[in-house]
Design a protein around this ligand. Structure first.
Ligand SMILES: Nc1ncnc2c1ncn2[C@@H]1O[C@H](COP(=O)(O)OP(=O)(O)O)[C@@H](O)[C@H]1O
Ligand SMILES: [Mg+2]
Length: 240
């Protein structure tokens, strides 16, 4: 469970104090798929960065599975991230000098997993990139690079996946593929998925939509399970 209590973020911008997030209260239960939507500049990426402990709020508290991350030091935070969190960003953030396989392998080796190599291969298979295992990021298309990033994010079976406009740099077909992979992993493994997206159609498939505007939640709607399933079926049927 992710919990935010009265979380605010302000930054000093020249002579001005800029409020990016304003007294946010939010609870995201385990396994929920949440879409975070809102205009550019509304605070979506800042929110994700705070949940990841990559940045600290100016005020308020954030808990992950009951642990207050806003009180943790860098080492404890790094351990928590390694154990529980996966990230996918808009620009794929792969290591250019490593092949697809090595990019997926890296977090597994850091975690000291004995089955690292076998698991990395299996993850690449899950994202349908077995054939590209020995290619470098520069030899892969955007969609392929993002699929490597998804495989890497899932390497250590995080309980929470944070994705910041992961399909933003992809054409709709590749975006769809990456999105389906993330949702599939969310459903199969019960991973909590917090997805920032501009795409209303993708957001409609989430369990819940949180709309931000000027650093505040202006709408928070949870889908009726049956309605969501029906809309997924309709979409499925409409697909070429
Ligand atoms: N470190 C910073 N210093 C100054 N302004 C920032 C900083 N980080 C973010 N902002 C500003 O805060 C607002 C929200 O940013 P962001 O969270 O990236 O929004 P979104 O992801 O919704 O587009 C934007 O106006 C952005 O320019
Ligand atoms: Mg952003």
């Amino acid at each position: 469970m992710i919990e935010l209590y009265q979380v605010s973020k302000t930054v000093q911008s020249g002579a001005e104090r800029l409020t990016i997030l304003r007294e946010l209260d939010l609870k995201i239960p385990d396994g929920q798929f949440v879409a975070v939507v809102g205009p550019s500049g509304s605070g979506k990426s800042t929110l994700l960065g705070l949940v990841a402990g990559l940045d600290a709020p100016t005020k308020g508290r954030i808990h992950i599975d009951g642990e207050e991350i806003t009180r943790m030091g860098e080492d404890a935070l790094a351990r928590l991230r390694g154990r529980k969190l996966g990230f996918v960003f808009q620009s794929f953030h792969l290591i250019p000098s490593m092949t697809a396989l090595e990019n997926v392998l890296a977090p597994l080796e850091i975690a000291g997993r004995r089955d690292a190599r076998e698991r990395a291969r299996r993850l690449l298979e899950d994202v349908e990139l077995t054939e590209r295992a020995h290619h470098y990021p520069s030899q892969l298309s955007g969609g392929e690079q993002q699929r490597v990033a998804v495989a890497r994010a899932f390497a250590n079976e995080p309980s929470i996946l944070l994705a910041d406009e992961p399909t933003g740099n992809l054409d709709s077909r590749n975006g769809r593929h990456v999105f389906d992979l993330m949702v599939g992993l969310n459903r199969r493994h019960g991973t909590t998925l917090v997805l920032v997206t501009h795409d209303a159609e993708l957001a409609a498939r989430a369990d819940r939509r949180i709309s931000l505007r000027d650093g505040q939640v202006v709408a928070d709607e949870t889908s009726d399970e049956n309605v969501r399933e029906a809309s997924e079926e309709l979409e499925e049927a409409a697909r070429p």
